[in-house]
Design a protein around this ligand. Sequence first.
Ligand SMILES: Nc1nc2c(ncn2[C@@H]2O[C@H](COP(=O)(O)OP(=O)(O)O)[C@@H](O)[C@H]2O)c(=O)[nH]1
Ligand SMILES: [Mg+2]
Length: 265
Amino acid sequence: MYHLIRSLYLYATSKPEYSIILLGLDNAGKTTLLSQIKALYNTAVDPAGQTGDAPPSDTAGNTVPTVGQNVATIDLPDMYLKIWDVGGQMSLRRLWTSYYKSAHAVVFVLDSTDLGNGELDDMPRTPGWHGRKKSFLNKMDDPDEPETPWTPMTPMTPTMLLSGQHQGRLDECRAVLETVLDSEDTAGIPILVLANKQDREDCLEVVRIKEGFVRKVFEGEKGGMVRDSRVLPVSALRGTGVKEAIEWVKSRVVWNKESRPPVMR
Ligand SMILES: Nc1nc2c(ncn2[C@@H]2O[C@H](COP(=O)(O)OP(=O)(O)O)[C@@H](O)[C@H]2O)c(=O)[nH]1
Ligand SMILES: [Mg+2]
C-alpha cells in the first residue's frame, strides 16, 4: 500500500525533463543565449510570488569563451528544460557527440554577421571532385582531399575584397552543421537554427539565411532524413525572440516524445 501511494505521489508530482544542446561555432552567442534564457525564466518571480515576465538581462553578453560546459535547468509549468552550452571552439567540437544520444533537441546558433552574403555554392565541386563531398573537419585527415574543398558561387572580385565582402565563416559553419545532421544519434530530433545577432546593422536577414544557407544544407547529401526544423531570428544580447525559440523547442520535444522519451523528475 505504501509503495502504491508513494508511486502515485511521485507520478502526480513529477515532470518530464527534456535536454537541449546549444551548438554552433565559437562566438556565435551560445553562452549569451543561455544567460538570457536563465534571466528570462529563472528570475521570473514577482513580489506576490506569481510567475511573470522577467526583463531581459543587461549583462548576458559579458561572456568569456566557453571551456567545458554551462548547464541550466529551467522550470516550466509542464516540463523541465535542461539546456547544455558546450564550447564551440574547434578543439571542443568533438565532445559534442557525447551529448547527442541524450538530447531531445538541438539549437544551432549562427552569428548572422559572420556569414558573408549567405550564398552557398550549389554544386560544391572542385576539379578533383570524385563523387563525394568531404567534411571540412575531416580534410586534414585525408591526403586525397583536393586543396580547395569547394569554390564560392560568386567568385571574389577585387572590389569585393576591397569592400570587405567576404564569406565570413560560412563554409566552416556549413561543415559543422552538416556534421551535426550527419550523426545517427541526432537523427529525427528537432533542430532549431537561430539566426543570432539580429540587433546588429550588419547582420544578414533571416530569410537569406533560411533560403541561401540552411535550406541548402538540410537538402544536401549530408542533410539526412526529413526532420522537424525551423529557422528563427533572435538577439541573445537583447533577449528578442528568445521566448519564441523556447516555445518552438517545447512544442517539438513533446511531439517527438514517442521516439525520444523524456526523463521523469
Ligand atoms: N550584438 C550582439 N552581440 C552578441 C549577441 N549574442 C552574443 N553577442 C556577443 O558575441 C560575443 C560572443 O558571445 P558568446 O555568447 O560568448 O558566444 P559563444 O562562443 O557562442 O558562447 C560576445 O561578445 C557577445 O556579447 C547578440 O545577439 N547581439
Ligand atoms: Mg560560450
